[in-house]
Unconditional design. Sequence first.
Length: 127
Amino acid sequence: MVESSVAALDCVFHALSDATRRAILRDVTLEAKTVGEIAEPYSMSLAAVSKHLQVLERAELIRREKKGNYRMVRLNADALRAAQAWLTYYETFWTGRLDALQSYLEAAGTPGEDVRNGNSGDESAEG
């Protein structure tokens, strides 16, 4: 069970790693679309779009439904929950680091101070 959830999470992140696939997900968020409608804004063949859709489908990020003579593609947002849970777990770590950085910068942030090199910016002290 754990291995299959890890594999599913890997599959989701792999699918999301491509900008075109992320854009396709955005396109099908509000309404189901045909492959032709999905392919329209991209300068790629229907076959290339279909390959992207296969990756998204393997990750269960989309669902294809038959509607008359058409196969409609729709977002399956449930598949994003595992990725969101994984990211949420690590969010506490980077939030703490960002808070610490903000505190440091606020404490060291007097005008003319260069905190990158440890210089105070006080030219008269260099003699």
